[in-house]
Design a binder for this molecule. Structure first.
Ligand code: KIV
Length: 275
């Protein structure tokens, strides 16, 4: 008998097909081997090594200080832990904006050196030419529009996009331009829900929302947010599934107490016999 439930490796083609079949897509961020392995086992369709790493792991105030060197190390680690999910590497600030040559070279590093299967970059219609060139080089690209964190200073803060007619129009045109340039998918971040629904209907590639309502083809969240492992700022759209810090603190307190009282290590946790 054939086991039809055998899990298949997620490819860009299967990712896009999910939209055609009306199947929702679940994406989470991960930045290291163990987390990626755990999320992969949990069944996520894609693991995004986001430049959010700068904020949630390094304690930076924005994604701006994140470098290619940092991203390559995190993508490498997460890719090693991933068997089934599609591994997408986020291109950090100034790794693709200055020139097409730079964009292609850095996108290539994620594939060649870090074993990513696709890259993501921020920006709408103005980034279409960059997306096209990277795709022409054989590298799948995920777009990212709405409140794009690398441009937060231009937005004047984390403001919901797509509320005014001009913004709505720009987002729809941008989504269509990214699809036309060859992007296989795009993130819609912090976009008014009805505008995100309109964008989703206007393109044939999957839209992955974060703070963009329920009508996107899929959803992405930052892993630290859903585990309670980031306490500087929790956006309204985050659903916290577990609050890990108290559990971690309890374990660490017990360890400290056990060491101080001498109850750790016990005989079973020691190597007692001589050869
Ligand atoms: O950097 C990141 O984690 C992201 C997602 C939140 C979409 O870009």
């Amino acid at each position: 008998m054939t086991d039809t439930s055998v899990r298949k490796k997620m490819t860009v083609t299967r990712f896009v097909d999910k939209k055609t079949r009306g199947e929702k897509i679940a994406v989470l961020t991960a930045y290291d081997y163990f987390m990626a392995k755990t999320l992969d086992r949990a069944g996520v369709d894609s693991i995004l090594i986001g430049d959010s790493v700068g904020m949630v792991l390094y304690g930076e105030k924005s994604t701006h200080p994140v470098t290619m060197e940092m991203m390559l190390a995190h993508v490498k680690a997460a890719a090693r832990g991933t068997q089934y999910a599609l591994v997408i590497a986020d291109m950090p600030f100034m790794s693709y904006q200055p020139s097409l040559e730079m964009a292609i070279a850095n996108a290539g590093k994620f594939i060649q050196e870090a074993r990513a299967e696709a890259v993501k970059l921020e920006g709408g219609i103005e980034m279409a030419a960059t997306v096209r060139r990277i795709v022409e080089c054989g590298i799948p690209v995920m777009g990212h529009i709405g409140m794009t964190p690398q441009s937060i200073n231009r937005f004047g803060g984390a403001r919901v996009q797509g509320r005014k007619e001009e913004s709505r129009q720009y987002l729809i045109e941008s989504a269509q331009a990214l699809e036309e340039a060859g992007a296989f998918s795009m993130v819609l971040e912090l976009i008014q829900a009805d505008t995100a629904a309109e964008i989703t209907a206007a393109v044939h590639i999957p839209t992955i929302g974060i703070g963009a309502g329920r009508d996107c083809d899929g959803q992405v969240l930052v892993i630290n947010d859903i585990l309670g492992l980031y306490d500087i700022y929790t956006p309204k759209f985050v659903r916290r599934y577990v609050d890990l810090p108290p559990l971690i603190e309890k374990a660490a307190r017990e360890f400290v107490a056990d060491v101080k009282s001498g109850s750790y290590p016990n005989d079973d946790e020691s190597f007692l016999k001589r050869e």
